[in-house]
Design a protein around this ligand. Structure first.
Ligand SMILES: Nc1ncnc2c1ncn2[C@@H]1O[C@H](COP(=O)(O)OP(=O)(O)OP(=O)(O)O)[C@@H](O)[C@H]1O
Ligand SMILES: [Mg+2]
Length: 263
């Protein structure tokens, strides 16, 4: 199986703060990862590296067979779908839903651009349809509910048919129904063998979609545990990652965590 991500000894240092500390991580084709950890653990920083948006201060970050620092990131980025609150905040207020998705492909086909315009629109429409947004394609992005925005952002991230899909907290701000709908959709995406390798960042075990195969737990920039999901999402590992005793249950591929018995 091909390696999609290969990080070795990755450090990110800003001033005196170490955002990532000697991170080793491998993601292979076909794998679906969740990244869990408390606020400030370094999850978004890790995705910035995986998405070729940031260079490590030291260590090696291999992405889709290329090495950060030795590759033109503008060639690499279209091969990676990224959805994050930071990116969403850059979307102009009046941009229509269809445009938010279509523009993801701009810059990737260069001189062939015009020929592809119609194909792009068709693909964007198909993705929006899949994500239950086909009735809202002409609405300004800013007028959507949080849940609708999240689905548009994922459609946008899939627009370039990426080899790696990175989702930073797609469940944030969703109500219970919205979260369950998203978990179900992500679970279906994970089950599709044509889907790219996936990395989903969340704080909440309840948001882990059934069918995800691997988990990485971060605390203070360092990896607490990483590997196949059932072996990794243990009470012990999660309690260490979140710095509090947790009681963890799992059933039908869903996980829940609550505070454990107090010592
Ligand atoms: N430029 C910077 N200089 C100093 N510290 C930074 C800088 N950028 C991020 N940090 C710090 O690095 C830590 C990791 O940030 P990061 O955004 O990766 O965490 P996170 O796990 O995504 O957190 P959250 O769950 O709250 O989104 C945080 O403590 C943050 O304040
Ligand atoms: Mg974050």
């Amino acid at each position: 199986m091909n390696e999609v991500l290969g990080m070795a000894g990755v450090n990110v240092v800003r001033g005196r703060k170490r955002l990532l500390n000697e991170v080793d991580w491998q993601v292979k084709e076909g794998e679906r990862w969740v990244v869990l950890g408390p606020n400030g653990a370094g999850k978004t920083t890790l995705l910035q590296i995986a998405g070729a948006r940031m260079h490590p201060t030291s260590g090696v970050a291999g992405i889709l067979g290329e090495v950060m620092g030795a590759v033109d990131v503008f060639e690499l980025r279209p091969r990676i779908g990224l959805s994050s609150a930071a990116l969403a905040s850059h979307i102009p207020e009046n941009e229509t839903v269809l445009n938010v998705v279509v523009t993801a492909s701009y810059g990737m086909t260069g001189r062939w651009r015009e020929k592809y315009d119609q194909m792009d629109e068709r693909r964007a429409f198909a993705l929006l349809h899949e994500w239950g947004m086909s009735t809202m394609i002409n609405r300004p992005f800013a007028s959507l509910s949080e849940g609708e925005r999240k689905r548009v952002q994922i459609a946008r991230a899939l627009m370039t048919d990426p080899e790696l899909l990175l989702l930073d907290e797609p469940g944030a701000g969703l109500d219970l129904g919205g979260r369950e709908d998203l978990v179900h959709r992500l679970s279906e995406l994970a089950a599709d063998e044509d889907s790219p390798a996936m990395v989903l960042v969340t704080h909440h075990l309840e948001e882990v979609p059934p069918g995800f195969t691997h988990a990485l737990l971060l605390r203070a920039g360092a990896v607490v545990a990483a590997g196949p999901i059932a072996e990794t999402l243990t009470e012990e590992n999660l309690s260490t990652a979140f710095g509090t005793p947790l009681s963890v249950t799992s059933a039908n591929g869903r996980y829940t965590a609550v505070a454990g018995p107090r010592a």
